[in-house]
Structure formats: C-alpha cells, structure tokens
Design a protein around this ligand. Structure first.
Ligand SMILES: [Zn+2]
Ligand SMILES: [Zn+2]
Length: 371
C-alpha cells in the first residue's frame, strides 16, 4: 500500500450520495407518492439475494474456499454479488486474503489500527495499489466465472443492481419506487452492514478465540450481516464454512450453505474439529488472565497451573480421539466411531471444566499490586 493514497473522488461521491438518495430520497418519494407492501419486500428480497452472495459467495466460497460449490451457484454469486457495488470477486477476495494475512498491520487494507472510520469506509475512498492477484488469488484468476464477472462487473452492477429493481417496480406500477427501494436503499444497507464487519467486528465484542488480533465476536454485527459477526472465530479458523458455531448463533450463511449441500449443490464443507475450537477458546481465555496470574501467591498459583496443565492434557487426548473418530467415520466403521466421538467429547468437557475453573480462580483473587 502506498503511504499516502490519493482520494478517489468519483468513488467517494458515489458512497456519499447513495445514502442520501437511498434513505432521504426513498423516504421523501414514498411520503409523496404512497407506500405499498411490495416496496419493502422488493428491498428485502434483493438484500437477501445480494447479501448471501457476498457472505456465502464472495467471502466463504471464493475468498476462503470453505466448501465446494456447483457452477450454477457460483454463477448466482457472481451475478448477485456484483450488485453489492463492492467490486469484482477477484478484487474483493484478493484484498480480503491480504486482510487476513496482515490483519492489524500496515499491509491490511482496512486495518482497524488506522481508526474505526478508516476500517469502516475511509479506506474505500482512497486509491490503492492493485490487489496482489499474482501473489494470493491465482486460483480465482483461473476460474472462468470469476474472469467473466470481472469483465462484466459494471454492467452487472448497473443492469442488475438498479435496472432489475426498476423493472420490478415498473411491473408493480411504480418504476421510481422500485429503483429507490430495491436499488438505492438496499445498496446502502448492504454497504454499511458489510462495512461493520471491518469496523465494529474489529472494535467491539469478545476476543473469544484469538487474543492476538483485533477481531471480535459481535452478535449485533452477525444479526445485521447474515452471520458474519462472529469474527474472532472467523479470524482464528477462516477455512471453516461456519462463523457462528453454536446452534443458537445467528448465521444464515451457514444454514444456506448446509441447505445447498442437502440439495447436492455444495460439498466438502470444511469445519474445525470441536477439540481444536475448545483449545483456541482456552488459549484466548488464559491469555486474558495471564497478567493477573503472574501476581498470584505460590500455593494458589500452583493449583491453577495444575488445572491448566490437566486441561491441556485432556484436550490433547480429545484431539487424538477426534482424529480417530474421523478416520473411523470415513471408513464407515459404524460400531466404533460413535463411542470414539463420545470419549473425545468426555475429555473435551473435562478440559473445559478445568480451564474455566482455573480462570474463575484467577478472576476471584483480590487484585495484587506488582512489587
Ligand atoms: Zn476481519
Ligand atoms: Zn474472511
């Protein structure tokens, strides 16, 4: 990245005008010309099709290869993803891979270390060096669907992102309402919710899986973005097709990908084994209490270290058992894999109980002043 990038005036104007047209324009026009139910439904339908193409397509499929998708699905992502006005798959994914590789450092294009608003939108206002496609996106550059989308990106954006909702509006009796609700308002929502992943999900929330980087698990961002808010987990395990791993965590992109698999349109969904996830969670929690742990008097500290050592041992056993279970499952050894997985889970539960108890003891100690 250049040290002082120049401002891209047309792009900045587009990003500043679209919220005015999308929010104020839509409100005033609807006030003057009347409201109908098809208008928010059109905006919602477009939001879902375009949003899922960014989350499950641009991000989890093209950038991270967290599953394999059939060609019709890739074409769907390419067409609807272009309507998000977030550049082509090739550009987006290459920049995103750079973000993961250099997170929080100078080469991270939307590094939170340069401030909340830089990570949210200001970085887009500036001209950047072309993304390092040769270095990190050769696989994508060789994909004919990606090549085709890069060539036709602007046409897809204008015809699909604005022409399509205008056409639907015309069919419903109001071309301008279609353009405003399904085109502009929907675009503003998609833009700023996606931008929140780079800003808010690197700013506010829990560093549950990775204490070393700024990424945070933030359920509010997950709610706004079809599941992309569990960002601490995502930065720790970017190849996982899920972001919210618990059943109650809002992650429609994960459910969408799982549905594609049921329909035979996706396969090889990558997910991280449970003991490795627990290990990351434990490392992040221990890292957070380490400064206090150093000042705890010997007998209590010894007991805490013993608990942590035992938890680590249980996790190592659990990881070994989990690998065995995966091999048995792949071989179709029906009788044994279930019990192997059960043993792996038992060790995982023991580990969790111990590391949580250790952290609880650290936190319950009266704060010690360093000598
Ligand atoms: Zn990130
Ligand atoms: Zn990512």
């Amino acid at each position: 990245m250049t040290t002082k990038p120049r401002i891209n005036v047309p792009l900045m104007s587009f990003l500043m005008l679209t919220p005015v047209i999308g929010i104020a324009g839509t409100a005033v026009y609807t006030w003057l010309h009347g409201f109908a139910l098809w208008m928010p439904l059109l905006a919602l339908g477009m939001y879902l099709a375009v949003g899922i193409s960014i989350c499950a397509g641009y991000h989890r499929f093209f950038s991270h290869k967290s599953y394999e998708a059939a060609r019709p699905v890739q074409i769907f992502y390419a067409i609807f993803g272009a309507m998000a006005a977030q550049n082509s798959i090739l550009w987006w994914s290459s920049s995103h891979r750079t973000h993961h590789q250099y997170v929080d450092r100078d080469w991270d294009p939307y590094s939170i270390k340069r401030g909340f608003w830089w990570a949210h939108i200001l970085w887009i206002f500036h001209d950047h060096d072309a993304p390092d496609i040769e270095g990190n996106a050769r696989d994508l550059a060789a994909n004919p669907i990606v090549q085709w989308q890069a060539r036709w990106y602007k046409v897809l954006l204008i015809v699909g992102g604005f022409g399509l909702p205008a056409l639907i509006g015309a069919l419903c009796g109001d071309v301008w309402a279609g353009l405003l609700w399904g085109g502009f308002l929907r675009l503003v929502v998609i833009h700023h919710t996606t931008f929140f992943v780079n800003s808010l999900a690197h700013y506010l929330g829990d560093a549950s899986f990775n204490a070393e980087v700024s990424a945070r698990d933030n359920w509010a961002v997950a709610l706004l973005t079809l599941g992309e808010g569990y960002h601490s987990f995502h930065h720790r395990f970017p190849a996982d097709f899920r972001n919210g791993i618990r059943w109650f965590q809002w992650d429609p992109a994960k459910w969408f990908i799982a549905t594609l698999r049921m329909l035979g349109l996706a396969h090889d969904l990558r997910s991280t084994p449970a003991p490795q996830i627990e290990q990351a969670r434990m490392q992040a929690a221990v890292r957070a209490v380490e400064p206090q742990l150093e000042h705890i008097p010997a007998p209590a500290a010894g007991e805490i270290h013993r608990l942590l050592a035992s938890a680590r041992e249980h996790l190592t056993i659990s990881i070994t058992l989990w690998r065995r279970y995966a091999a048995e499952h792949a071989e179709g050894a029906t009788a044994s894999w279930k019990s192997t997985r059960q043993y792996a889970r038992q060790h995982l539960r023991l580990a969790r109980r111990e590391w949580r108890e250790a952290c609880r003891r650290v936190n319950s100690m009266p704060s010690q002043t360093p000598a």
